[in-house]
Design a protein around this ligand. Structure first.
Ligand SMILES: Cc1cc2nc3c(=O)[nH]c(=O)nc-3n(C[C@H](O)[C@H](O)[C@H](O)COP(=O)(O)OP(=O)(O)OC[C@H]3O[C@@H](n4cnc5c(N)ncnc54)[C@H](O)[C@@H]3O)c2cc1C
Length: 426
């Protein structure tokens, strides 16, 4: 690994055990669980919270990390709509039966929430602060500093525009899609088959179903099957609506403003339109693109990647926050153990990599199936009804178990699935 900067001894005034870059769900989880073990943690977050963020639908599997973080009561008391299921509409407008998460296990962990990320992320970061992390806002990390191939600190622009260096035993990159460290080390790889873009906004007054289906995520294919919409009920009668398609199809090959593209896509999604007939758009559409990528390495000497800073698969199954929380939790365990053993090697910090990747890989395979024109959930389950529980397991986030890959043999009869992830393990 390249050595890019040398710290001088006078720089070493701000010493921490662990520095976390970014205070999103991954960073605040890692920070909370390391601070709880009485290590000195600094979180550097460039934004002032609350801030808008897309990624509002949780997977039920978040329950266990939220429980460990001690925030379940806050979630239960929040006004976040409860999500019991996800449902898919085909290009012809035919709905699948909803996939109710409690089908597999009627436990309270089999439901989850649709969250306003401004409030959810702030609550998690506040929790890290309450557990002892030193959280600084308005601080932009410019670089990770290495000595002899080992990460030793960061250089950051402070709110007053001065540049300061901080030193720590472990640097956690939780910078989300900025993926600060993996881009610096040139080990960030995009997924050519998942080169997507998205256009999204919020509406007030969108139609919801009743009872247990009120907070459901609904996924609608458009008629030409080149794109799909999410419909995610949020607090205060708002709903998040976004369209996802290949970058070429949705943005690059079209000469229109994103708002017009969004409306045109809605035109070819007749199953969704009635829900928005009397709804008011709350802010101009936003766009994002090229969000699916992964680093070829999860950790190195003195550093570890968590959440989107390591990788992101695709928004279709709402797995982003789940994987961010999970990797933040697993990284915290590796870091706490690193302090016990006085071993800050990449092998120690990234020891959760193999299991984590297997789980992330299962979600990725189901993503590939979703985008395959030969596949639909309805068709697949008609042929292989015994696979329904396996699918529900993945939609829940029960992906860190040995038998999770059982259904892919059957699925590969219907569509092409990717090879397993490969990771350069330390
Ligand atoms: C279109 C789309 C829809 C999605 N929908 C869903 C969904 O429904 N459900 C779901 O679970 N996931 C969804 N996701 C994914 C989800 O948003 C992310 O996976 C999740 O936010 C990752 O959390 P994180 O903590 O890793 O990163 P983030 O939440 O992005 O947090 C990173 C933080 O780091 C800070 N930061 C960045 N660079 C620096 C720096 N240099 N210095 C200091 N701070 C820095 C940022 O300000 C940010 O606060 C979606 C993603 C996309 C693209």
């Amino acid at each position: 690994m390249e050595v890019t900067h040398q710290l001088t001894s006078t720089d070493r005034s701000s010493n921490y055990d662990v520095i976390v870059i970014g205070g999103g769900p991954a960073g605040s989880t890692a920070a909370a669980l390391v601070a709880e073990s009485r290590h000195k943690v600094l979180v550097l977050e460039r934004e002032h919270f609350p801030r808008f963020k897309i990624g509002e639908s949780l997977m039920p599997g978040t329950y266990w990390t939220l429980k460990r973080l001690g925030v379940l009561d806050k979630m239960k008391q929040s006004g976040f709509p409860k999500k019991y299921s996800v449902q898919f509409y085909s290009r012809s407008g035919r709905p699948s039966a909803p996939f109710y998460f409690y089908e597999n296990n009627p436990h309270e962990s089999s439901k989850t929430w649709q969250v306003l990320r401004s409030e959810f992320d702030q609550m998690l970061l506040e929790n890290a602060r309450e557990k002892g992390a030193d959280v600084r806002h308005g601080v932009s990390v410019l670089d990770v500093l290495f000595e002899d191939g080992k990460a030793v600190g960061v250089r950051a622009r402070m709110p007053d525009k001065s540049v300061q260096e901080f030193v720590a035993k472990v640097i956690v990159d939780a910078s989300g899609q900025s993926a600060l460290l993996s881009r610096k080390l040139q080990m960030n790889h995009t997924e050519p088959k998942l080169k997507k873009a998205s256009i999204y906004t919020h509406f007030e007054g969108g139609l919801r179903d009743e009872g247990v289906d009120e907070g459901a995520t609904i996924i609608y294919h458009t008629q030409n099957q080149e794109s799909w919409f999410w419909y995610i009920p949020l607090p205060r009668d708002t709903v998040s609506v976004g369209v996802v398609g290949s970058l070429d199809y949705l943005l690059q090959n079209r000469n229109e403003p994103p708002q017009k593209i969004f409306e045109d896509e809605l035109e070819i999604c007749p199953a969704l339109r009635p829900r928005l007939a009397n709804a008011e758009q709350l802010f101009p559409v936003k766009t994002t693109k090229d969000f699916s990528y992964r680093a070829s390495q999860l950790a190195g000497d003195g550093w570890v990647l968590v959440g989107d800073a390591f990788g992101f698969v695709d928004p279709i199954y709402s797995s982003g926050v789940f994987l961010a929380l999970k990797s933040g939790e697993l990284a915290a365990d590796s870091i706490n153990e690193a302090f016990e053993r006085d071993d800050f090697s990449g092998a120690q910090l990234g020891k959760f990599g193999r299991d984590f990747l297997q789980g992330m890989g299962a979600i990725r395979k189901l993503v590939y199936a979703f985008y395959s024109k030969e596949f639909s959930f309805g068709k697949f389950l008609k042929k292989f009804p015994e696979c329904r529980n396996d699918i529900v397991n993945i939609l829940i986030g029960n992906v860190f178990r040995q038998d999770v890959n059982g259904l892919f043999e059957s699925m590969s009869e219907m569509c092409d699935l990717p090879e397993d992830y490969k990771l350069e393990l330390n």
